[in-house]
Design a binder for this molecule. Structure first.
Ligand code: ADP
Ligand code: MG
Length: 248
């Protein structure tokens, strides 16, 4: 049995009167590609934000590789090998592709001073160059990120998350608004990375074709709670899931 990389235990989060996440628990094992699906407003992004310290859950605990990470800052999580993408693009449009990736690495290191005043260390630059190659962005590396197509920017966004190291990468709607060709690229790159590095992924995504073919296991949220969990084929055939989400 593979070890647990991410353990989410009894997470709840309320905003005013809205209970966005209701007592959610799950485990993700090393090397797994877990899909997190559900209707808009079902609590997926809130759950990510609770797992990653952007939000403080009302209740519950999160463990990465067995260590409690509740309330940890993004750079401290990155030091533990955890990277993420946000639902909204977080690239800097006026910086080059390469500099965006390097900057992500500096943020993960928490080296704000070097980010502002210094040159990035050689290790970071080398790592960024490798990711530029891996994500097939080399021909664009000196281009401003804002000049890239939306799909290329989403790929860059993913590359930036990988600067965390990473044991675990959480991707919030990486395929949203991305055309079919780029979608294929993204899926193939994630699968290759997973195979080569045994990196664990948790992927929020609405594109069912993408999520069903990428993920080994799927968790379905509805109104903040888990309503189903299983292999893609089981999820596709689950009547409760069809009623709450897939059928619509
Ligand atoms: P999803 O990512 O599945 O679409 P969200 O986690 O974004 O869902 O939202 C879950 C619920 O929590 C929604 O009802 C949403 O309106 C609410 N919500 C999310 N973030 C906030 C916030 N910062 N303040 C108030 N309500 C929020
Ligand atoms: Mg969301």
């Amino acid at each position: 049995m593979n070890p647990s990389v991410l353990s989410v235990r009894n997470i709840s989060k309320t905003f005013g009167g809205i209970q966005a996440v209701k007592d959610v628990s799950f485990e993700v094992m090393k090397g797994e590609v877990l899909g997190l699906i559900g209707p808009n407003g079902s609590g997926k992004s809130t759950l990510f934000n609770c797992v990653l310290g952007q939000l403080r859950p009302d209740r519950g605990e999160v463990f990465v590789n067995g260590h409690a990470v509740a309330g940890m800052k993004a750079c401290d999580l990155a030091k533990r090998g955890v990277g993420r993408t946000f639902q909204q693009l977080s690239v800097f449009p006026d910086m080059t592709v390469l500099d965006n990736i390097i900057l992500a690495g500096q943020e993960h290191q928490g080296t704000m001073l070097s980010r502002l005043f210094g040159k990035p260390d050689a290790g970071l630059t080398q790592q960024a160059e490798q990711l530029v190659d891996f994500f097939k962005l080399r021909h664009l590396k000196e281009d401003k990120a804002g000049a890239l197509s939306y799909g290329q920017q989403k790929l860059l966004d993913a590359a930036m998350a990988f600067m965390a190291g990473p044991d675990l990468v959480l991707l919030d709607e990486p395929a949203g608004g991305v055309n079919l060709t780029m979608l294929g690229n993204l899926k193939e790159r994630l699968q290759t990375y997973n195979r080569d590095h045994d990196t664990t992924f948790v992927v929020i995504e609405h594109n069912m074709e993408f999520v069903m073919s990428l993920c080994t296991r799927i968790i379905v949220l509805a109104e903040g709670a888990i309503i189903a969990e299983g292999a893609p084929d089981e999820i596709r055939a689950n009547q409760q899931v069809i009623d709450a989400y897939l059928g619509g």
